[in-house]
Design a protein around this ligand. Structure first.
Ligand code: AMP
Ligand code: GLY
Length: 431
């Protein structure tokens, strides 16, 4: 099969790494890719939102399946674009259509969807500039802290956890009346704060059947012990000890099944990955958010744990044959440590030469590239905030962590930074 993968992050390098392992992959193209995908596939210089150029490339290269990594092309309707073209319609494309992508693209849509389907989530109400005054009154009645969420995509910055009613009210004003997040905050969801431990569960679906992939825990803050600014994700661990069969059964029964049924009932075309961000509140799962793609860096921890053929999984999702797919897991644990450019998630430099990559080959470790670029002279340069994601594998989380960190120590560049405490909370939970 000839496959086109869209995206350029660590998640896409992990997808590419897994796809080329399959004997069912003949040729893999990645648009636009990074220095890591360039080593194992053909990078193509096409933007993930240039649908005309993607469609043309798919037909020219006789691509048999398209896999969409990031949310932006999904929210902008790439799946609908394929469905509307007579030539492209028959080519499986992995990801939901525009309506389905609203589960991530609009918090208001996803809250209403969950309410309609009876899926456990924080109680909430949505406000606009017209209902601003009602919003202020609603905030007064909430227990603290109270959570404010910009409705649209806001580059991971649209969620505010407010510790006083005054702070919440002035934030609501900034979002609704002063366009704090531009169009993304034309609507604001005000919701109850949920207290517990977060975990992410990933589902692969063909629209009616599904496979639950390994869960993962993400480390969102820049600093050790969850301090400092929010980032795209500084590390991941899989499995997560409290996600036992009993918890997973609740997730499946109360969340996964009603979600897939709800999508079907609303005629929403969804053949792709669903990332469910959950809060474990005293043993009961509540949905914090849906994402309509895999997570980054969670993918770098989750995909190595899949034993069964990954291209077959993707193809079964894209052709509605998931019922017959035999899903198998590896026995080992994984931990991923993200190495970033100093200054991230604020301003940072690009173009620093990365040293030590050649010493990192090993059975128990994979170095996934994220923001990297190959210089014309052959060196690998930093080209983004999150630069590399190093995944260690081991029979226990502790061993996986040793493999990841001993590799991280071998890699360097001018202003490299990484968290030193990935997985430490998990080790404590296990004791
Ligand atoms: P989101 O963009 O919806 O994932 O929110 C970002 C982060 O804010 C989540 O990962 C949680 O840590 C936190 N968060 C969001 N909603 C809630 C909530 N209702 N209660 C507690 N924390 C929340
Ligand atoms: N790591 C969180 C995300 O991919 O949204």
């Amino acid at each position: 099969m000839n496959i086109l993968l869209l995206g350029s992050g660590g998640r896409e390098h992990a997808f590419a790494w897994k796809i080329v392992k399959s004997k069912n992959c003949k040729q893999l193209f990645v648009a636009p890719g990074n220095a890591g995908t360039a080593q194992i596939a053909h990078n193509v210089s096409i933007s993930v939102t240039d649908f005309d150029a993607i469609g043309k490339f798919v037909l020219e290269k006789k691509i048999n399946m398209v896999v969409v990594g990031p949310e932006e092309p999904l929210v902008k309707g790439i799946v609908d674009y394929f469905a509307e073209s007579e030539d492209l319609r028959k080519i499986p494309i992995i990801g939901p259509n525009k309506k389905g992508a609203q589960l991530e693209g609009s918090k208001d849509f996803s809250k209403k969807f969950m309410e309609k389907c009876g899926i456990p989530t924080a109680a909430s109400k949505t406000f606009t500039s017209e209902t601003f005054k009602e919003g202020l009154a609603f905030i007064e009645l909430q227990e603290l802290p109270v959570v404010l969420k910009a409705d649209g995509l806001a580059a991971g910055k649209g969620v505010l956890i407010c510790n006083s009613h005054d702070e919440a009210k002035s934030s609501l004003r900034e979002m609704l009346l002063e366009s704090k997040f531009g169009k993304a905050s034309e609507k604001v969801v005000v919701e109850q704060f949920l207290s517990g431990i977060e975990v992410s569960v990933f589902v692969a679906t063909d629209g009616s059947n599904y496979v639950i992939l390994p869960e993962a825990k993400d480390y969102k803050r820049i600093g050790d012990h969850d301090t400092g600014l929010n980032t795209g994700g500084m590390g991941a661990v899989s499995p997560v000890p409290f996600v036992d069969q009993q918890f997973l059964d609740k997730v499946e029964k109360r969340i996964v099944i009603p979600t897939i049924k709800g999508l079907e009932m609303q005629n929403i075309h969804y053949q792709g990955f669903l990332f469910i961000g959950l809060m474990n509140v005293n043993g009961d799962p509540y949905v914090i958010e849906y994402n309509v793609r895999m997570g980054d860096p969670e993918t770098q921890a989750v995909l190595p744990r899949i034993k069964s053929d990954f291209v077959n999984l993707l193809h079964a999702m894209g052709t509605k044959q998931l019922e017959a797919y035999h899903f198998e897991l590896e026995k080992f644990c994984t931990t991923t440590v993200v190495m970033v450019a100093g200054g991230y998630p604020e301003s940072y430099k690009k173009g620093n030469e990365i040293q030590g990559l050649e010493q990192t080959a090993g059975e128990n470790v994979v170095v996934f590239h994220a923001g990297t670029q190959l210089a014309t002279t052959g060196e690998v340069l930093t080209n983004g905030g999150r630069v590399l994601a190093v995944t260690g594998m081991g029979s226990e989380t502790e061993i996986a962590l040793k493999h990841a960190y001993s590799t991280v120590e071998k890699i360097s560049w001018n202003d490299v930074y990484f968290r030193k405490d990935i997985g430490q909370d998990i080790l404590k939970l296990k004791k």
